[in-house]
Design a protein around this ligand. Structure first.
Ligand code: NOJ
Length: 533
């Protein structure tokens, strides 16, 4: 049975909630259906809050729930200040906030500022005529003399990032689908309208926002073509065939983030989290010179890292070294846009991965289902929902495999819905939640014990980080606060490995390992251990 063998307690600290928190990402379509339409909803999330409390997480980030034609599953918004009927009503949302807060859970919402749906009333107006007052709310340009788009930019989902509008004879810019026209954030009216959206949700009690696609918020469309990427190969996403030098992370992207942060700071204790990517330097700049941009610019380094102890330890060092003074780190191991970690690392390594995520220095974001060891689900061609997979099939870019519903129990549709769900339900090898809750050796039991240990060991939350070794497929690091020191020992191989540290075992992924360990630790294959020397 996984259990904490000893807990060291320390004084409560003064860190902000978003520094101490474990953030849990809820993908609302796939969390819990309460109204029998095969799609998850807000009332469904509310019925599962106790599961999250029991798991031990502190905050939930809910992917978009706003009115949307769902062409990109909610990342195409038609009204920023309402709830899509598919998910419920504003009253349902208010109830969810009250219930979550009563249970000690914070709520973080997705904020999608870079683009709207093409059915958003703003865009409907904008495309109605060249003289419409909202024309400049979006990015319109003339065709080149030969009729081709203004530049060679490729959309994130393949194809040109420009869409021709026959009626008004101009192209509009779209970073993602044509149905997701890019807002023109250089227009102060757009800034004002969108910053009011932040106020709207904060006034309703939301504790933070995860800002979508910030990197694309202020493209320099008049700077011309993006240069070709010499490292691009045909199996890669078409968007990477060019270096996004003019389209991504422009100086104005940082300026717009500063505007958002200013509004965020009008409200006490809110957290602004950014979907940041690019070079490490690009990402670090999203903290701001005076730490006045994002509290947490998402750190996606682990999402694409090869599963190799030395490589990952190096990446952690590089990230830690690059952090600006006073900046708080964060780690992401999975989300709704990439393959599941248990598939990337191999299922036998799922516990190693979970321990690493939850013990590295910084705020972890845990994706729903990863606590169960869920793998990427096989999706048959006729089941494909993701527009990216539909547009660029066969490259493995599709995101459906990581978006299948939560398997709650052994009933029909695994308790997710009374009817066939929008994506097929896939149950992990360790069983659904109900089975894993009864099994003291399950992945869920391990993750719960890990979170409980993290909560009782301030060194794991606020302690310093030091690499001990990354040789021989083993990644060992130290977390230390005051006189408390812990070693996190991760065996990335499927063979036993000796490690040059010893002490008392506080937690192991191997349920057989109990009690004190006085000598040198020998890690079992795929084992993850936390030691107190
Ligand atoms: C990033 C989101 O995570 C992804 O799901 C979405 O398709 C794009 N941004 C566009 O909003």
């Amino acid at each position: 049975m996984y259990k904490e063998m000893e807990a060291i307690t320390a004084d409560p600290t003064t860190a902000s909630w978003w520094q101490k928190a474990i953030i849990y990402q809820v993908y609302p379509r796939s969390f819990q259906d309460s109204n029998g339409d095969g799609i998850g909803d807000l009332a469904g999330i509310e019925t599962r809050l106790d599961y999250l409390v029991d798991l031990g997480v502190d905050a939930i980030w809910i992917s978009p729930i706003f009115p949307s034609p769902m062409t990109d599953f909610g990342y195409d918004v038609t009204d920023y200040c309402d709830i899509d009927p598919m998910f419920g009503t504003l009253a349902d949302f208010d109830r969810l906030v009250v219930s979550a807060h009563a249970k000690g859970l914070k709520i973080v919402l997705d904020f999608v500022p870079s683009h709207t749906s093409d059915r958003h009333p703003w865009f409907v107006e904008s495309r109605s005529s060249r003289n419409n007052p909202k024309r400049d709310w979006y990015i319109w340009r003339d065709a080149k003399p030969d009729g081709s788009p203004p530049n060679n930019w490729i959309s994130e989902f393949g194809g040109p990032s420009w869409t021709w509008d026959e009626a008004t004879g101009q192209y509009y810019h779209n970073t993602f689908l044509s149905e997701q026209p890019a807002l023109n954030w250089r227009n102060p009216e757009v800034q004002a309208a969108m910053l009011d959206v932040i106020r709207f949700w904060y006034a309703r009690g939301v504790d933070g926002l995860r800002v979508d696609a910030i990197t694309h918020i202020a493209p320099d469309v008049d700077k011309g073509d993006n240069p070709p990427n010499p490292d691009w190969q045909a199996h890669m996403s078409p968007t990477h065939s060019h270096l996004q030098v003019h389209s991504k992370n422009t100086p104005e992207s940082y300026e717009m983030t500063r505007f958002m942060r200013k509004v965020s700071d009008e409200f006490p204790d809110r957290a602004l989290i950014g979907e940041t990517s690019g070079t490490l330097e690009d990402v670090m700049r999203y903290y701001g010179d005076d730490l006045d941009l994002f509290h947490l610019p998402f750190n996606f380094a682990l999402l694409t890292a090869p599963w190799d102890a030395e490589h990952i330890a190096g990446l952690v060092e590089t990230y830690e070294t690059a952090l600006p003074d006073g900046a708080w780190p964060n780690w992401v191991l999975g989300n709704h846009d990439c393959a599941r970690i248990a598939s990337r690392s191999g299922p036998a390594q799922a516990a190693v991965a979970a321990m690493m995520l939850l013990t590295l220095r910084g705020t972890p974001t845990l994706y729903q289902g990863d606590e169960l060891g869920m793998e990427s689900a096989p999706i048959a061609p006729h089941e494909v929902q993701d527009p990216w997979e539909k547009r660029v099939p066969g490259l493995g870019l599709g995101r459906d495999p990581a978006r299948t519903p939560m398997p709650w129990d052994t009933g029909a549709q695994s308790g997710f819905s009374p009817v066939a769900s929008w994506l097929p339900v896939h149950v992990p090898s360790g069983g659904p939640v109900s089975a894993q809750e009864q099994d003291p050796g399950s992945m869920l039991a391990f993750v719960k014990a890990l979170i409980a240990l993290r909560r009782s060991e301030p060194a794991l939350v606020e302690g310093s980080y030091r690499l001990v070794t990354s040789e021989n497929d083993v990644f060992v690091f130290e977390r230390s606060l005051g006189c408390d020191t812990l070693y996190v020992c991760l065996n990335f191989s499927n063979e036993a490995r000796p490690v040059d540290v010893g002490g008392m075992c506080l937690l192991s992924s191997n349920p057989e390992r109990t009690g004190a360990l006085l000598g040198r630790l020998k890690l079992e294959p795929n084992e993850a251990v936390i030691l107190c020397p």
